[in-house]
Design a protein around this ligand. Structure first.
Ligand code: GDP
Ligand code: GDP
Length: 483
């Protein structure tokens, strides 16, 4: 599990600039996919081989003067509770302010590793001025200029030095346990969902040790399957934290997502889908977790027989960077359609762990290449020699090809679509790895497409349709969707 590093500080000291600078240096952007939200609150970072999640607690919406203090204070408290390392950013040009002192006071009381980071240091004068920050009683500091990128390497070195030793997975791996995280914006109904689910007899409350002190995991059993709902603390209690705190306790959700196999992303069916929903989804995808988008408060939606279909399309559009997600529509409050939820979760979980044989996989890839040969680029054509699936959770495929440069996103997506048409991977992201291979194997050549290939292609479609019908029972996509 990755450690969390939080950036805190009052508005305008340069938190977002620093955040972008730090992730810009080390964020591996795997592919430029349309629809991925770029403006982030959190991102995975890597520095000298150490991985951590960096959280920008900035973007605080402050009202009147007096409220700034309060908001910053709360933000600092949340960061202390949830982060492994806290980076406290100040602005050398403003000098030490009252707010800085307040935050420092809170931070000093914790035993969490802290880094005082003095920003906007761009010349020798600033460097001298920075000594003023000793008065905060936090010891030594790092000076940086986020805009120019000066000092950020030293800052990253410090962060890495303070990261806890790789926290070993506290839970013994249990291959049959379905680990579920429930995430979503404030007020979408997370607590209600957990309470309703947990209100029934089959619940055993367990305190499996999580990393967060007061994490409470809830174990549910249904049809012989066991579902562990991760870190439901705060969700099960009804009246609690206000919205501002919830927003910054995003860190808590990040941890839950990391520990989960399947993430339930709750949205409010009576409200438009927002940026924040998409940001969470982006993270779920990047972490390689299965995802079910749950449209809650379905009772509030005026329905015709088309509503669910239209709504599904809307979800697929808004979350188009993860159009593979499963969907569920329910009312956590009335319990209506709730029984349909766990079968969908189970299906996504199964698909997340699905492994297909090398032979089957190569057949699909070969056929795909036959039907649509890879495009050429500057006279060179992509050749695919061999495919295999070495990873699960999420499923990961390796393609041995003549030149990774020749693989375009659109062709990779085409192959992924073909693989998804053949095998049930609904609800789970897939990962693709490209390996350069000299032509040792015969490439899967586009030959002429003859009657045999066309027959085969038809046959696959028929088989899939039949399998969906026959296999029914809870746990197949068809059963769950066409109800
Ligand atoms: P946040 O509210 O703490 O997230 O602060 P922002 O990152 O939005 O930055 C606030 C302002 O400070 C912006 O106008 C930035 O361009 C500016 N700023 C941030 N870092 C630096 C820096 O290293 N040097 C200078 N000169 N300006 C900076
Ligand atoms: P959380 O902040 O995501 O945990 O959301 P809560 O569970 O606290 O729910 C926020 C509000 O939405 C509460 O007033 C709930 O009663 C209400 N709510 C939750 N689920 C439903 C639902 O399915 N239908 C309706 N109408 N209201 C709901």
């Amino acid at each position: 599990m990755k450690s969390i590093v939080a950036i805190v500080g009052r508005p305008n000291v340069g938190k977002s600039t620093l955040f972008n600078r730090l992730i810009g240096q080390r964020l591996a952007i795997i592919e430029d996919e349309p629809g991925i939200t770029r403006d982030r609150l959190y991102a995975d970072c890597e520095w000298t081989g150490h991985h951590f999640t960096l959280v920008d607690t900035g973007g605080i919406q402050t009202g009147a003067e007096g409220q700034i203090d309060e908001a910053v204070t709360r933000q600092a408290q949340t960061a202390i509770a949830e982060a492994d390392v806290v980076v406290f950013v100040c602005d050398v040009r403003q000098g030490v302010t009252n707010e800085d002192e307040n935050v420092a006071r809170i931070l000093r009381r914790t035993r969490k590793p802290l880094i005082l980071c003095v920003n906007k240091v761009e010349n020798l004068h600033h460097e001298q001025d920075a000594s003023e920050f000793y008065s905060l009683g936090m010891g030594d500091y790092v000076t940086v200029s986020s805009i120019h990128g000066m000092g950020t390497g030293d800052l990253l070195d410090q962060i890495v030095r303070l990261l806890p030793a790789d926290p070993a997975e506290a839970e013994a791996p249990d291959p049959d346990l379905v680990r579920v995280a429930v995430v979503g914006r404030p007020n979408v109904g997370k607590s209600t969902l957990i309470n309703t689910l947990a209100g029934e007899d089959r619940v055993i409350v367990s305190d499996v040790a999580g990393t967060t002190r007061d994490a409470i995991d809830v174990l549910l059993q249904q049809d012989g399957d066991r579902y562990l709902f991760i870190d439901t603390a705060g969700m099960r209690r009804r009246a609690r934290v206000d919205e501002a705190v919830e927003r910054y306790s995003v860190m808590r959700s990040l941890r839950a997502i990391e520990r989960a196999d399947v993430v339930l992303l709750l949205i409010d069916a009576a409200q438009p889908i927002t940026d924040q929903d998409q940001k969470i989804a982006t993270y779920v995808k990047e972490q390689g977790k299965a995802c079910v988008v749950v449209a809650n408060k379905w009772d509030l939606v005026a329905k015709t027989d088309k509503t669910m279909k239209e709504f599904t399309e809307k979800i697929r559009y808004e979350f188009r960077f993860m159009e593979w997600c499963e969907t569920a529509f329910l009312s956590a409050r009335t319990g209506s359609r709730l029984p349909k939820l766990l079968p969908v979760v189970k299906l996504a979980w199964l698909n997340h762990g699905r492994r297909v044989s090398t032979a089957q996989l190569n057949e699909v890839i070969r056929e795909s290449v036959l039907l649509t040969p890879p495009p050429t680029d500057k006279g060179k054509r992509l050749k695919i020699y061999f495919a295999t699936q070495p990873h699960t959770r999420p499923p990961g495929f390796v393609l041995f090809i003549n030149d990774p440069e020749l693989m375009h996103f659109s062709y990779r997506r085409y192959l992924e679509n073909r693989v998804r048409e053949t095998f049930d991977f609904s609800g789970t992201p897939l990962r693709w790895f490209l390996r350069k291979r000299e032509s040792k194997f015969a490439a899967l050549k586009p030959k002429e497409i003859g009657p045999r290939e066309i027959r085969r292609s038809r046959q696959i479609k028929l088989e899939r349709r039949a399998a969906r019908k026959a296999g029914a029972g809870p746990g197949t996509a068809a059963h769950v969707r066409d109800e």
